[in-house]
Design a protein around this ligand. Structure first.
Ligand code: XMP
Length: 327
């Protein structure tokens, strides 16, 4: 049986020196565990999988095969950053899979949020499995499991997010170097491994990505509105000192249009809804008091720069009664 209890000897990692010590111990452990075999990792670009990737690249170099599946629902610049950081800077063995069309075709006409989630999850496993089967000599699957995942899965709060039972199906053994760390410790380790700050201190981003922010049945043009408006919001929050202060912020585009006017002509276009919330555990959340002038500036930018949009709204609803995501 795997030991899933954080060792008492592991002091809280808060300094670069403690992170270095942890990294060196893990490098030795991983090398002992995997020998000369290959290790596969689904690299989303999120904090946990990015830190696992950087750690394993240090430990076993090209024996690690990272698979980055672009499901077409990532934020602007994300797939490019994954390729740049891991292939460009760290010289990783990275397989980039552009599966956007596959996902968007499967999602065509599907409006129910939970069905959308299921399709995205199942298709992700399918794509990842196809890539795994193309490779030879893979014996291990690395995962960015962290300690709260283990605690929550033991309490039955959420299923342990193995890549959908893949390890069992493909006979892989798990490599989980971060499994005793809390999120703040993962970030300290990520810093020590030289990952860029905007990767290490990223806001939470749901697995189904922009798919649950392009409300109802996803269309490519409306998905572009979500992506572009989200990019404007993130840029403005970064410029105005809100990045790193606000827990989660994003835009949502519903599947209805309203009447507007531009250059003296009637328009019929989508609204963009801004959401910016603070929370400790995502179970409850309060709305960030974004300065009104900044909201006006963001509104001006989004309506000028994002095609197909003629209104911008700010979501004032705390959780409860609204959830953080709209779907
Ligand atoms: P809600 O909308 O339930 O969101 O208030 C709470 C937190 O969970 C994130 N979230 C998800 N994360 N897959 C994920 O990986 C999902 O399907 C999903 N749905 C919501 C949400 O972004 C927020 O941080």
């Amino acid at each position: 049986m795997q030991n899933n209890k954080r060792p008492e000897s592991l002091a809280r990692i808060t300094t670069a020196a403690a992170a270095e010590k942890f990294i060196n111990e893990q490098i030795a452990e991983v090398r002992a565990q995997v020998g000369d075999k290959k290790v596969l990792l689904a690299l989303s670009g999120g904090v946990d999988s990015s830190v696992v990737a950087a750690l394993l690249i240090k430990a076993i170099g090209k024996q690690l095969v990272c698979v980055h599946v672009n499901h077409g629902l990532l934020r602007q610049g994300e797939p490019e950053q994954v390729v740049e950081v891991f292939k460009g800077q760290m010289d990783a063995n990275l397989v980039y899979v552009d599966a956007a069309d596959r996902f968007l075709d499967k999602l065509k006409g599907v409006a129910d949020p939970e069905t959308k989630r299921k399709i995205i999850g199942a298709e992700f496993i399918e794509v990842f499995k196809e890539e795994a089967l193309k490779l030879e000599g893979v014996k291990f699957l690395a995962q960015g499991t962290i300690y709260p995942d283990i605690i929550e899965s033991e309490k039955g709060v959420k299923a342990h997010h193995n890549v959908g039972g893949l390890p069992e199906q493909l006979g892989f053994e798990l490599v989980e170097p971060l499994k005793f760390l809390y999120k703040d410790e993962v970030r300290v380790v990520g810093d020590a491994l030289g990952l860029p700050a905007n990767m290490v201190y990223r806001q939470p981003f749901p697995g189904p990505g922009l798919g649950v922010r392009c409300l109802g049945a996803i269309t490519r043009d409306r998905l572009e509105c979500v992506r572009k408006s989200d990019a404007v919001l993130r840029e403005e929050f970064a410029k105005n000192g809100l990045e790193g202060k606000v827990w989660q912020y994003f835009t949502v585009v519903p599947d209805f249009k309203s009447v507007g006017v531009r250059d003296g002509k009637r328009t019929f276009a989508w609204p963009v809804i801004i959401r910016a919330v603070n929370t400790k555990d995502a179970m409850t959340a309060t709305v960030e008091d974004v300065p009104f002038e900044l909201l006006q500036h963001i509104t001006a930018r989004i309506t000028a720069e994002v095609e197909g949009v003629n209104r911008v709204l700010y979501d004032l609803t705390p959780k409860p009664v609204g959830t953080i995501e709209w779907e």
